[in-house]
Design a protein. Structure first.
Length: 75
């Protein structure tokens, strides 16, 4: 994940229970670290989804035919 080169103070009203759950799930030592990791995870997931969509579109456009050898897709 990317490291921050510049930080700013932001003020949010957040649910403390959600922050504690995220902190525990992400094994973060501080609430700030938990929020940073959650943001990094979200950004990485978005990038993964974008790349997957691109790959899927290329696959579909390639015209490849898939044979259903077990006959389970025409159900």
């Amino acid at each position: 994940m990317a490291t921050a080169t510049h930080r700013t103070h932001k003020h949010f009203q957040l649910d403390p229970a959600k922050i504690k759950r995220a902190q525990k799930a992400l094994r973060a030592r501080t609430e700030t670290e938990a929020i940073e990791r959650a943001l990094d995870f979200t950004i990485a997931e978005h990038e993964k989804n974008r790349l997957l969509l691109t790959a899927t579109e290329r696959f579909v456009k390639s015209g490849i035919e898939i044979e259903d050898v077990y006959g389970t897709l025409d159900g």
